[in-house]
Ligand binder design. Sequence first.
Ligand SMILES: *[C@@H]1O[C@H](CO)[C@@H](O)[C@H](O)[C@H]1NC(C)=O
Ligand SMILES: *[C@@H]1O[C@H](CO)[C@@H](O)[C@H](O)[C@H]1NC(C)=O
Length: 330
Amino acid sequence: MTLSSWIAELLLISLTGAHGLHRFPENFVIAKRNDRNPVTLTCRTASSEPVTWKMDGEEVGFDDYLEKDGKNLIVQEIEEPFLGEYTCWTGEEKLSSTYLLQEAEVDEEIECRAKSYDCNFTCSWNHRGFKALRYGLGQECTKGQESCNWVSSSNRHQFVLSHALSPYAEERTMLEVTVEATDNLHFFRRTKSFYLRDIIVPDSPHIVRCQKVDQKLNVTVGPPSSWSTPHSFFSLEHEIQYVFRDDGMIQSSLSTLIPREISKLRVRSRDSLTLSEWSHPSLSAFALYMLSCVLTCLQCSLVCRIYDFFMTSPVCLFTYLWFRKGSVSI
Ligand SMILES: *[C@@H]1O[C@H](CO)[C@@H](O)[C@H](O)[C@H]1NC(C)=O
Ligand SMILES: *[C@@H]1O[C@H](CO)[C@@H](O)[C@H](O)[C@H]1NC(C)=O
């Protein structure tokens, strides 16, 4: 486990610990906005004993707004403070729980990205303030059918979905992603349809080698490890961006042969068949080198670190000056 994933895990544990783990409610009734019709909440029990109703832990009294109909409860006013969790009881025994939720508008779109044509892709939905969320793939979920295979998620804005499309066949049907969320009073829903090929964004490629070839530099670019294989079938197009040493001009090239008189270079990729979105650029060759210097300085104990600092910083400095002079070599 890397340090960053360890920290992320720790953060997640403390977050879920602090707020409690919220699951998507199993039973709920959704009322449309501005719907004047009363809603009937059912007490799911086979027993014939009389029941009492509680709302958010408090026993409900019956009045113009809340009426009892046998074991069921009729809610006349679909507004706060009548939204929330209703439970029915016989004595101390809880029989069932139902959330009365009001449909609410959301503006935030679902964002989806795939790093390759393999089975997984990720979606995120940055809608704030919900306590529980679930998501599903396919028409069953879009239509809200029983057969939908929902995946619940708590406090997560990003989730991984798997599709069953063949990466070798032409894609004819769209993927449909549905997200539902609740803050225990309101109900939010969003759907997005798209072709997998339209959400492809490869990871950053890496620079394998730079070789001097006459007056040019031949840059060998390696595809990101997450990209689909075989690479001969799933081909990527690389664009090399470089900065001229003399005047700081920035140029880019789709050819791997670039001028030698440069001070920095970096590279980005896209699917060459569908002309997907470009990946993030790789770290520039120079930045990568400085980073490895800094990491070496940080890695060991304090004593070693002080020693290291004095040993490596002249090397870093020397390399820096050497880079500034213009010899690019990795
Ligand atoms: C897809 O995601 C699942 C669950 O997150 C994971 O277990 C699996 O290894 C992933 N598969 C690939 C090919 O990345
Ligand atoms: C550049 O490098 C690649 C692989 O590293 C090689 O196949 C190619 O022939 C080289 N190009 C030139 C012009 O030397």
